[in-house]
Design a protein around this ligand. Structure first.
Ligand code: PNS
Length: 163
């Protein structure tokens, strides 16, 4: 069974992330969403909130071969410990590509068995990013078409509190 790890900050998990996750669930035997826990990188949402958003989206979409957990430290080490076959990343275009290519090359240098599989974002999600969700939500805009339905209200309320 092929196992992939889908790592990220997911601050918060968007419909673009969910699209990649659902497509990966159809391609791989097991997909583990690995949520970055890094005390040096400040996220708006807490680790527990980010995990809860992903888990409720997984449940709502009945993704029985997906799970989510936190990871700390080097991704290459996590892939090794998890005995995963590959890292999964989604890209929206050329700007994402440069960063992803460098990360894939470095992960492979750190752990030569580490392969990276990239899925292109679906056209309707090309403009969706966590940072845009945070900005639109903070300013009271409608984030309904940007984040999974299960999390919409909680995310919108939390972001409004930041203004
Ligand atoms: O959603 P993001 O912020 O683009 O995800 C980036 C992430 C978490 C995949 C990357 O920062 C990462 O793997 N961090 C763990 C530390 C690490 O291994 N750094 C070296 C990467 S080459």
């Amino acid at each position: 069974m092929t196992k992939c790890v889908y790592p990220g900050s997911f601050d918060p998990f968007t419909l673009g992330h969910l699209d990649i996750l659902e497509r990966a669930c159809a391609l791989f035997g097991e997909v583990k969403v690995a949520v970055l826990h890094n005390s040096r990188k400040r996220c708006f949402f807490t680790l527990d909130e980010r995990l809860a958003f992903i888990r409720s989206a997984i449940e709502a979409r009945n993704l029985s071969n997906a799970s989510a957990e936190a990871f700390e430290g080097l991704l290459a080490d996590y892939i090794k410990i998890e005995r995963a076959d590959c890292v999964l990343r989604g890209i929206r275009g050329a700007i994402d590509y440069e960063y992803e290519a460098a990360m894939a090359a470095l992960n492979k240098r750190l752990y030569p068995k580490c392969e990276t599989v990239v899925l292109m974002a679906s056209p309707e999600h090309i403009a969706v990013s966590s940072s845009m969700v945070r900005e639109i939500g903070r300013l009271g805009g409608d984030i309904g078409s940007l984040v999974p339905e299960a999390n919409r209200e909680t995310i919108a309320e939390r972001l409004l509190q930041d203004e």
